[in-house]
Design a protein around this ligand. Structure first.
Ligand code: PEP
Ligand code: MG
Length: 325
């Protein structure tokens, strides 16, 4: 089985009716990048940079970060690398930096909120990413965006970092794209407005499901309610995708659900052509892509939108594959 799948590493990820579904990887370290490339990743859609900040005694310097990002870019040999800025807080703590005790850490001082209050730390990371962008195809992505102001402020700091580097004579990709994660219901509701400020969207379903369904993603007691196929989630994703398409910016999916083979008809149905998933999920999903027809996906997806329950949506997904097989 595993050997059969490994034969697909070099096979282009295209449906039977010719629709390319780019399969990029989510990674959290350079080691995971190796695994991802070994599994045929066509790029990195989400580089979680928290590991650089955790398990150590102080914030990483610009130089330390630059070395890691540059190594990643070079290993990718022209394939795209989307680096997400620090998403600390929530469940992720730093030993060397006191974060406030919070009743609801997932709704608390984290991610872009932390970065916009620690502008020096944020700019250090932006500078490191910019410097690495000189060596390949790098994009920047901001996590946990809930408002247009946050994107403008982050982009303002990015421009500031660019001006500094220019003044210092340090090269970088001047046209670097900065996009946002759509992982909070507020961001979905203003997706059309965010699309005016962001170069691309990446839908983070892990948090989007948690916040939309009000189900703590770490709470075992209610894990049965954490339902990616809930009709509300389908609608949230569709709203986001429609806003992106209307405004003409790219949109991809980078939550865990991207790696669920049963969700494939949803992406085909919505016309999503880039998924970012964990390395181990790439080849099993590619096998399904090769056996799918995008035109059938569109038909199944229309039917899914009429379903009132997750159970019905999942039944449709399973039937889709039973018929394709
Ligand atoms: C997400 O929320 O879907 C996501 C990809 O980010 P993380 O899992 O790191 O919160
Ligand atoms: Mg998230």
């Amino acid at each position: 089985q595993k050997e059969q799948l490994l034969k697909l590493v070099e096979v282009p990820s295209v449906t039977q009716d010719g629709v390319a579904m780019m399969l990029a990887a989510n990674i959290s370290s350079l080691k995971e990048l190796e695994t991802a490339l070994g599994n045929g990743a066509e790029g990195v859609g989400l580089f979680r940079t928290e590991f650089l900040y955790m398990d150590r005694t102080r914030f990483p310097t610009e130089e330390e970060q630059f070395e890691v990002y540059k190594t990643a870019v070079q290993k990718l040999k022209g394939k795209s690398l989307t680096i997400r800025t620090l998403d600390i807080g929530g469940d992720k703590q730093l030993d060397y930096h006191e974060l406030p005790e919070e009743e609801n850490p997932f709704l608390g001082f984290r991610a872009i909120r932390f970065c916009l209050e620690h502008k020096d730390l944020f700019k250090t990371q932006l500078r490191a990413i910019l410097r690495a962008s000189h060596y390949g195809n790098v994009k920047i992505m901001y996590p946990l965006i809930t408002s247009v102001e946050e994107v403008r402020e982050a982009n303002r700091l990015l421009e500031e970092a660019k001006r500094e580097l220019t003044a210092e004579g340090v090269p970088f990709l001047t046209e670097i794209k900065a996009g946002v994660m759509i992982e909070v219901p507020a961001a979905v509701a203003i997706a059309d407005m965010l699309a005016e400020e962001a170069a691309f969207f990446s839908i983070g379903t892990n948090d989007l499901i948690q916040f939309t369904l009000a189900v703590d993603r770490m709470n075992e007691r209610i894990s049965h309610m954490y339902e990616p196929f809930h009709p509300a989630i389908l609608r949230m994703i569709r709203t986001t995708v429609q806003a992106a398409k209307t405004k003409g910016i790219p949109v991809s999916i980078c939550g865990e659900i991207a790696g669920d083979v049963n969700a494939l008809p949803i992406w085909l149905g919505m016309g999503i052509e880039v998924l970012s998933l964990s390395a181990q999920a790439i080849l099993p999903l590619k096998e399904r892509v090769l056996h799918s027809r995008a035109s059938d996906g569109r038909y199944v997806f229309e039917e899914m939108l009429r379903c009132a329950t997750a159970g019905e949506i999942k039944d449709l997904a399973r039937r889709y594959f039973a018929e394709a097989a």
